[in-house]
Ligand binder design. Structure first.
Ligand SMILES: Nc1nc2c(c(=O)[nH]1)N[C@H]1C(S)=C(S)[C@@H](COP(=O)(O)OP(=O)(O)OC[C@H]3O[C@@H](n4cnc5c(=O)[nH]c(N)nc54)[C@H](O)[C@@H]3O)O[C@H]1N2
Ligand SMILES: Nc1nc2c(c(=O)[nH]1)N[C@H]1C(S)=C(S)[C@@H](COP(=O)(O)OP(=O)(O)OC[C@H]3O[C@@H](n4cnc5c(=O)[nH]c(N)nc54)[C@H](O)[C@@H]3O)O[C@H]1N2
Ligand code: SF4
Ligand SMILES: [Mo]
Length: 695
């Protein structure tokens, strides 16, 4: 028997709408859900590789409890009841000794996190935290400190843009499908694209202007650009007058940062900077300065992102075709949204372990800050944190310095990983709970923002192959066992969906036709009426009081990045279009396309050391050494080397990937502590390695 199921892909965090074909209970095909015009039938290679992943035996097949030292790889396969008993026994001990706040949970954030947030609320802990200190936090806080809202509080109208400016936002390789399709439409329409990166990427090849700046100098370049734009009045004065505050202070601050100054700092010529400014002046308001996504890079990246936000404001591109658009929510259609699963659970009146509600109150405390939670585990300050649930998250690859992380994790009484793979963190856990894959499970409903807001549904396509459970079931079961069942009274996913939909006119059956439901027939267009900034003044604030009151300046004087010590290179990283972080390296098909990572090194530098393309080299960072194949290329700045993130796994159960390539985060010793109190993001590109031919 053959059937077609509309669902939501789970092979990366983008979570595209898909259509899946199933024949005799097996998945045979996956493509984009073409009911969604932005998507068409397109999916990426990672989604296609979900089918071999689904039928792979190198993934956890039942709950497992550690049967040796942490990380020893000795496991006992157990029933769900045994695993739950083990976990609840430990949790009850932790709760009676330290209180429920001693439990924390981290996950990958996103539209399905509401369930885990509600679970933590039910348990009585304030410590829900997501992955974002290593991803978009700097950009998020930069947007919050200017526009008063998070990074996803606006969408980019790429398709209609006249000029797209990308600072290391490698939009065609580190992609979202709908976004890259819109980007390519703009390219075809003749839009200008300015791409800045010390490494030539696929996106650089689509650009009309490529700048190879000295690594770590984005902020200098942006200061030079802002200076020239203000000096020459190349900005939307009417918009700024109406909607922005702090122009006078901004002008005074950037006065010294001329294009000529920026040339010396960045290696980009003053003349080219000026030409660029003239071009964006002609192209505005359809100019988009992308504010950064993985902008957890340098100690001043928050300030670079702030300047990108300010440049958007200067372009007057808000709610303009080809600019920044407020993604419309059910509220914009005068309708109710989904009811949060935590809405009827009493709020938790305990301080957060990461102090994002006190010391760090300028940060968004919904997502928290994992590096600060690690400090709490390590020091028991502000209080002991003794139990840690890691859901769809792999900190031992995603955060720097796995050795240091393991030292800290050893202080826990309980570490539980809920994963579909044997991740590095699962392998170090006390208990692995295998979640059913996205093809095997239903998820809670999500809100889909956009010109026509609505809701989306992930539906189970096939029965679980192994003894796994969907995430919603795991948390319902655990809540029940912890005596909190009253807050999670759901017997089925339909109970959850009906709870979420209770304030709307939408029914579960309404999702059958397309896989999603739109709440209005016509797109809600751009209008000044939609403009609503979340700042205290309701304006775009070039100087934000919440930051200044914490003693953090909004206009930070420029400091040059550290030069690599003699014989060293700055370690950069990124991703390719057919990999997802550390989770795809062992995929049966993707591991054949991309079996390991290599070290990109500049040709002239390699020559100095007698290194040829394909040679093995030894890299060292503060005592950590590894061997990797060199890829000698002109396409990288001489001060830097580059490797793809997500390789070099030390988990033997990932047989195809084990020992292949190197893990970039292992060469970032001490970097758990290197983050900017202004933006909160870790400085992942502030590590250096020495390189020499392998012995
Ligand atoms: N050095 C360095 N560090 C980085 C980066 C880098 O490039 N270099 N990139 C940063 C970025 S941008 C990010 S977003 C983070 C990403 O960090 P993570 O969020 O940790 O990475 P992912 O690989 O997306 O997913 C984490 C885990 O989710 C599991 N998983 C996948 N699907 C499912 C599922 O359906 N259910 C469950 N329960 N688990 C699932 C995967 O097997 C994996 O172990 O890393 C950051 N850290
Ligand atoms: N195929 C695929 N797509 C993905 C993901 C995936 O795992 N796989 N993950 C998704 C996620 S979670 C994220 S956060 C995004 C990340 O997407 P991006 O934000 O685009 O980040 P990266 O892919 O890490 O690309 C970083 C680029 O920054 C460059 N860079 C390094 N130093 C500097 C500098 O000083 N200045 C400038 N201007 N550039 C610099 C690096 O050379 C690299 O090319 O990708 C998303 N899309
Ligand atoms: S980008 Fe590819 S892997 Fe990621 S959700 Fe979309 S289709 Fe799936
Ligand atoms: Mo990310």
């Amino acid at each position: 028997m053959k059937k077609s199921v509309y669902s939501i892909c789970g092979m990366c965090a983008v979570r595209c709408p898909v259509r899946v074909e199933v024949e005799d209970g097996k998945v045979t095909w996956i493509e984009g859900n073409s009911n969604d015009g932005g998507m068409g039938k397109a999916v990426c290679a990672k989604a296609a590789a979900s089918i071999p992943f689904q039928y792979d035996d190198q993934r956890p097949q039942s709950p497992m409890i550690r049967d040796g030292a942490r990380g020893s790889g000795k496991w006992k396969s157990v029933s769900w009841d045994e695993a739950y008993d083990y976990i609840t026994d430990k949790l009850k001990g932790v709760i009676s000794e330290h209180g429920a706040k001693s439990i924390m949970l981290t996950d990958r954030g996103g539209p399905f996190a509401d369930l885990r947030k509600a679970f933590m609320k039910a348990v009585g802990s304030p410590n829900y935290i997501n992955h974002d200190c290593t991803c978009g936090r700097n950009a998020n806080h930069a947007c919050k400190s200017t526009f008063g809202m998070g990074r996803t509080g606006f969408a980019y109208d790429l398709k209609n843009a006249k000029h797209i400016v990308l600072f290391g936002r490698n939009i065609t390789e580190s992609f979202k499908i709908k976004e890259v399709r819109n980007f390519m439409k703009a390219v075809k329409n003749g839009a200008h694209v300015t791409y800045v990166d010390p490494r030539v990427t696929n996106t650089a090849s689509k650009a009309t202007r490529y700048w190879q700046n000295i690594p770590g100098t984005d902020y200098a370049l942006l200061l030079g650009i802002t200076n020239y734009i203000l000096e020459n009045k190349f900005f939307d004065e009417a918009f700024v007058k109406k909607w922005c505050s702090g122009l006078k202070e901004l002008k005074a601050f950037v006065k010294e940062y001329t294009p000529e100054w920026a040339e010396k700092e960045t290696g980009i010529s003053a003349e080219e900077i000026k030409d660029f400014c003239k071009e964006v002046n002609d192209d505005r308001p359809g100019v988009i300065f992308h504010i950064g996504w993985l902008y957890a890079r340098y100690t001043d990246t928050f300030y670079a992102s702030r300047m990108l936000n300010i440049l958007n404001a200067l372009m007057g591109n808000v709610e303009q075709t080809g600019g920044l658009i407020f993604p419309k929510t059910p509220k914009h259609a005068d309708l109710n949204g989904l009811k949060s699963l935590g809405a009827d659970i009493p709020s938790v009146d305990e301080p957060r372990c990461d102090s994002c509600d006190s010391t760090w109150s300028h940060f968004d405390n919904g997502a928290g800050m994992l590096q600060l939670a690690y400090d709490a585990i390590d020091t028991s300050k502000p209080y002991p944190v003794k139990a840690y649930f890691v859901h769809r998250h792999n900190p031992l690859i995603a955060l720097p310095d796995p050795k240091e992380q393991k030292r800290i994790l050893d202080k826990l009484d309980l570490l539980v990983s809920v994963d579909v793979n044997y991740s590095e963190t699962s392998w170090y856990a006390d208990v692995i709970l295998p979640e059913s894959t996205f093809l095997e499970r239903d998820s809670i409903l999500r809100t889909e923002k956009g010109p026509r807001p609505g809701f989306g549904m992930r539906r189970k396509c096939v029965e679980p192959l192994y003894d796994s459970k969907p995430g919603w079931q795991i948390y319902v079961d655990l809540a029940e066992r912890l005596g909190k069942g009253e807050y999670f009274p759901y017997k089925s996913i339909e109970d959850i969906w009906n709870y979420q939909l209770q304030d709307t006119d939408v029914k579960i059956e309404d999702f059958d036709e397309k896989g999603f439901v739109k709440l209005c027939d016509d797109a809600i267009g751009c209008s000044d009426d939609n403009i609503e900034f979340g700042t205290e003044s309701g304006k775009i604030e070039f100087i934000n009081n919440s930051w200044e009151e914490k003693g953090i300046v909004c206009f930070k004087p420029y400091e040059s990045p550290e030069k690599p010590p003699e014989g060293s290179y700055r370690l950069l990283f990124g991703r390719k279009g057919y990999q997802t972080h550390g989770q795809s390296c062992n995929n049966p098909v993707l591991s054949q396309l991309l079996g390991k990572n290599k070290l990109l090194i500049n040709t002239a530098e390699a020559e100095k050391m007698g290194i040829s393309d394909g040679d093995m080299v030894t890299i060292t960072n503060q005592g950590t050494q590894g061997e990797i194949e060199a890829q000698v290329t002109d396409f990288i700045h001489p001060e830097a080397v580059f490797m793809l993130h997500g390789f070099g796994t030390d988990v033997p159960a990932q047989e195809r990937a084990f020992g292949k390539g190197l893990a970039d985060n292992a060469f970032m010793k001490g970097k758990l502590k290197d983050w900017d109190p202004a933006g909160g993001g870790l400085a992942l590109n502030e590590s250096f390695v020495t390189v020499k031919p392998a012995a």
